[in-house]
Design a protein around this ligand. Structure first.
Ligand code: AP5
Length: 220
C-alpha cells in the first residue's frame, strides 16, 4: 500500500503512521522527522531547513523533494509505505507522481485527510513533548512517557517542539491552508482522498483509519 497522510499540524499524522508501522509493518517516511533528524545531526540540509521550520514556513520544494525521493528510493520496490507530511505543495506532488511512475510504475493508492478543528489542535499541541535526542513524540495527557519528562526509548529529556509556540502554530495553519490544502482538490480529482476524523482518541482514530483501509482492500 502506498499512502499519503495529509491534514493540518497536530491532527495525528505522525501518531497514526507509527501505529500502522507497529501493527501492519507499513514504513513511515515523515518529512518533518527527517528534517529534525538532519538538524540534530548538524547536517547542511538541517541548517538550511531550520530557519524555515522555526518560522512555521515550508522548506524549499527542491530541498524536501530531493530528500524524500532519495529515502523512497532506498525502500524495497514492493514495500508498503506512508508519506507523512510529504507532498505539501503541488510541485512536490507532481515530482512524487513522476518519480513513482518512473521507478515503481504505479501512483499512490490513497490520500488520508485527517480533519480537525484548529482550536482543538491548539489545545492539543500545548501538551506535545518530543525527545531532544531521538525525536520520539509524547503527550502530557494522551501519550504519557513512563517516567515524567523522560524519553521511554533513550532516557533523555523531553522538550516542547520549537515550532509548537501558539504563534508559530497559527502560522503553520495559514501555510497549510494556502499551500497544502489545494492538494485535496488535486488528488480529489483522482478520487483518491478519504477523510478520517482527527479529534477522536488515538485508538478510535486508528480504528477509523483501518476501516477506510479495509474498505479499499488495502488491509485484510
Ligand atoms: P511536520 O513535522 O510534518 O509537522 P506538521 O505537519 O505540522 O505535523 P505535526 O507533526 O505537528 O502533527 P501530526 O499531525 O503529525 O500530529 P502528531 O501525531 O504528532 O513538519 C514540521 C515542519 O517541517 C513544517 O512546518 C515545515 O517547515 C517542514 N516540512 C515538513 N514537511 C515538509 C514538506 N513536505 N515541504 C516543506 N516543508 C516541510 O500529534 C500531535 C500531538 O498530539 C502529539 O503529542 C500526540 O501524542 C498527540 N495526539 C495525536 N493524536 C491524538 C489523538 N487522537 N488524541 C489525542 N492526542 C493525540
Amino acid at each position: 500500500m502506498r499512502l499519503i497522510f495529509l491534514g493540518p499540524p497536530g491532527a495525528g499524522k505522525g501518531t497514526q503512521s507509527l501505529l500502522l508501522l507497529q501493527r501492519h509493518g507499513v514504513i513511515s517516511l515523515a518529512s518533518g522527522d527527517i528534517l529534525r533528524e538532519a538538524i540534530r545531526g548538524n547536517e547542511p540540509i538541517g541548517k538550511e531547513a531550520d530557519r524555515f521550520m522555526k518560522a512555521g514556513q515550508l522548506v524549499p520544494d527542491d530541498l524536501i523533494t530531493g530528500l524524500m525521493l532519495d529515502r523512497l528510493g532506498k525502500l524495497a520496490k514492493n514495500q508498503s509505505f506512508v508519506l507523512d507530511g510529504f507532498p505539501r505543495t503541488k510541485d512536490q506532488a507532481l515530482a512524487l507522481d513522476a518519480w513513482l511512475i518512473e521507478h515503481r510504475h504505479k501512483p499512490v493508492d490513497l490520500i488520508i485527510d485527517f480533519e480537525m478543528d484548529e482550536d482543538k489542535i491548539l489545545k492539543r499541541l500545548e501538551g506535545r513533548r518530543i525527545c531532544r535526542t531521538c525525536g520520539a513524540s509524547y503527550h502530557m495527557k494522551n501519550l504519557v512517557p513512563k517516567k515524567p519528562g523522560q524519553c521511554d526509548h533513550c532516557g533523555e529529556l523531553l522538550q516542547v517542539r520549537p515550532d509548537d509556540q501558539p504563534e508559530t502554530i497559527r502560522r503553520r495553519f495559514v501555510v497549510y491552508h494556502r499551500q497544502t490544502e489545494p492538494l485535496l482538490e488535486f488528488y480529489g480529482s483522482q478520487k483518491k482522498v478519504r477523510p478520517v476524523p482527527g479529534d477522536l482518541e488515538i485508538e478510535a482514530q486508528y480504528q477509523a483509519l483501518v476501516e477506510v483501509l479495509k474498505k479499499e482492500r488495502l488491509v485484510a
